[in-house]
Design a protein around this ligand. Sequence first.
Ligand code: NDP
Ligand code: 2IT
Length: 444
Amino acid sequence: MSYVDEVLASVQQKNAHEPEFLQAVTEVLESLRVVVEAHEEEYRKVALLERLVEPDRIITFRVPWTDDKGAVHVQRGYRVQFNNAIGPYKGGLRFHPSVYQGILKFLGFEQVFKNALTTLPIGGGKGGSDFDPHGKSDAEVMRFCQAFMTELYKYVGADIDVPAGDIGVGGREVGYLFGQYKRITGSYEGMLTGKGLTFGGSLIRTQATGYGLLYHTEEILKLNGKELKDKICVVSGAGNVATYAIEKAQQLGAKCVTCSDSTGWIYDPDGIDVAVLRDVKEVKRARLTEYKAQRPNAEYHEGKGVWTVKCDYAFPCATQNELDLEDAKTLVANGCQGVFEGANMPTTLEATKYLQDNGVLFTPGKASNAGGVATSALEMSQNSERLSWSAEEVDEKLKSIMYGIADTISDAAERYGMKGNYVAGANIAGFEKVAAAMIAQGVY
Ligand code: NDP
Ligand code: 2IT
């Protein structure tokens, strides 16, 4: 049996109840076959793949919090510290009822490769809780965040592990988490990113994942003789990533006609109005029915549906496995020429293969959404030197990192005879850096 098959079989056996983690590991190891075959003896000798697929540690803890009526609830909290070969653990916190260990292991595993692609010194981690912020008051969210950090503070730190936001965790939550860390430890340090601009946050971090996705897309399109200008785009999600992806796409001359949330989706033939979307989601924390109320020309539909709208390019920016084989077939039938992932693993393995086999340009989240964590690393740099950079300076750096990632994954795919396969390119390029660091640091 090949080394990759051996490790895959063992991962499947040991993690049978974590389908998202199995999916992420399968995608990565399948595309590393050629690299592993070329270095089999060297890698086997130090059990490199076995170590790569096993997190350094998983911390699980109880999070008790009190609601506004005085009732006590208990949530489960996690931090998966996956791999710190190239820098302190780095990756977001997700608050969503679907969170369990398997989701955070898949996200932590992806983060290891993504962070390597940024070229910055950050390892991979992820954390979160099954807490659902929907419908909770600010005071309830604050008490939950304080309870969460009351346990998490033991395991994080500016040079140890630096969390940030993800689904359900934005500026409000990061502020409460930071305040509690400072209160407990007495230390004012950059141990979280995505902080507010008055207490160590970086300009452009809020916009970075969405903007970065579009910079990356621009470069991939350029490499393929295409462009964004005047193209129709469909976007899913209505949160941090989707909002700023839409904003940047429209600045670059495209028209984004959809967005979606966990209950429904919008088709706006005039192009999504970002100011209205931000008012609905960032200020009012309301449903997309409120967007429709403010934009009478737009349509609101219940359930899932953005992939049925005819488009040139598609940007899944909501959550994992939101674009399946049926959706991929619909996109291809409607003439879609590119799918660029803003979310983490939003496309199923079958859908990815179908898109690639049908000539659709496809870039994986670990490359195309790396602008968020890259700008988090820039926030860490600013905190370390106790300075704040201008928006222009951060944006320029973000742009050059995202163009660089597009070129790196394109080159890596070509080096191994898989030109245009950006999934393979991203996995190979990320792996090469982490593998070299792990081997150099000895078995641990
Ligand atoms: P937000 O919480 O800001 O927004 C998430 C959006 O997706 C919301 O509109 C939410 O709906 C919708 N959504 C969430 N879960 C589901 C679900 N199960 N079914 C349908 N819709 C859902 O999160 P982000 O924008 O930060 O994250 C979106 C994706 O991008 C995630 O995959 C995340 O891991 C990834 N990502 C985020 C980065 C960041 O910097 N924030 C960086 C890189 C990747 P509703 O409005 O109803 O809650
Ligand atoms: O998935 C991701 O890259 C993020 N949620 C951002 C992580 C970070 O540390 O900024």
